[in-house]
Design a protein around this ligand. Structure first.
Ligand SMILES: [Fe+2]
Length: 228
C-alpha cells in the first residue's frame, strides 16, 4: 500500500527488493550463457573493452533473450502486484542496457518515460546487475520537481534542451546493492552522468501496467499479456 502511494503520488520512485531470488539467478545464468561470460563482473570487464559498435551489437543480440522480461517481472512480483495487480501487460523485450565508463560515452539524456509513448499508468523497473556504489547509476528527480521542470520546459517551448539540463544541475545517482531495483512512474525525470570505473555498467529494465488500463500509443508488438 505504501509503495503504491509513494510511486503513484509521493516521490514517484522507490527502491524495491526482489521477492524471488531464484528467478533472478535464472535470469543471470541465461544472460551469462548468451554472452559467453563466466560471471557478471567478467561480462562487465569484457564489455568495457569493446568498441561502441560491438556493445550495440551485443545489446541487439540480447533482444533475442525473450524470457528476460517475464523472469524479471516474476522476480519482482510483490512490487508489481502492489502497483498493478496480477494481470499485466508486460514489455515483451526487456532492455538490457550497457554503458561504458568515461566521458564522451553514450549517456541517457534526462527524460521521462511518457516521452516514449507509454501510458500514464505504465511503470518502469530498472535493476543494475551489480552493486552501484559510485556514480554509475541513474539519478531520479522527485515528482514535484520533475513536474516543475516539465512546466518550465513547456512554458519556454523547449524539448530536451540544454537549458533544461542546466536546470537539473548536478545530480547524484542512487546507490544500490545487487538485486535492488528502482520502480518509478512515467513522469519522473531521470538520467545518468559520466562515471569512472574499470567495468561497464549493465542494467535491465522492464515496463508494465495493469491489463485493464489503456495502452496509449503502444501495441502488442511492445506488450504481451502476463499473469503473475
Ligand atoms: Fe528511461
Amino acid at each position: 500500500m505504501q509503495l503504491n502511494k509513494t510511486i503513484r503520488s509521493g516521490a514517484g520512485f522507490d527502491v524495491v527488493e526482489p521477492s524471488d531470488m531464484t528467478t533472478l539467478c535464472d535470469f543471470r545464468d541465461e544472460l551469462l550463457k548468451r554472452t559467453g561470460a563466466n560471471s557478471l563482473d567478467d561480462l562487465r570487464g569484457k564489455v568495457s573493452q569493446m568498441p561502441n559498435s560491438e556493445v550495440n551489437q551485443t545489446m541487439v543480440n540480447l533482444l533475442g533473450f525473450t524470457e528476460a522480461s517475464s523472469l524479471i517481472a516474476t522476480a519482482f512480483s510483490s512490487t508489481i502486484k502492489a502497483l498493478c495487480g496480477d494481470q499485466l501487460l508486460l514489455q515483451r523485450r526487456a532492455n538490457i542496457i550497457m554503458n561504458l565508463p568515461g566521458e564522451n560515452q553514450r549517456r541517457q539524456w534526462p527524460h521521462y518515460e511518457m516521452m516514449s509513448g507509454i501510458s500514464p499508468t505504465t511503470f518502469t523497473l530498472w535493476m543494475p546487475l551489480h552493486d552501484i556504489d559510485d556514480d554509475a547509476g541513474i539519478f531520479y528527480v522527485e515528482k514535484e520537481e520533475s513536474n516543475h521542470i516539465m512546466r518550465e520546459e513547456y512554458s519556454r517551448g523547449l524539448v530536451n534542451s540544454p537549458q533544461i539540463t542546466e536546470l537539473l544541475g548536478d545530480r547524484t545517482p542512487s546507490r544500490l546493492k545487487y538485486g535492488q531495483a528502482i520502480a518509478f512512474n512515467p513522469f519522473i525525470i531521470h538520467g545518468n552522468v559520466a562515471f569512472v570505473s574499470k567495468l561497464a555498467r549493465i542494467a535491465v529494465s522492464i515496463r508494465f501496467q495493469s491489463i485493464s488500463d489503456p495502452i496509449h500509443q503502444k501495441n502488442t508488438d511492445y506488450f504481451k499479456s502476463f499473469y503473475l
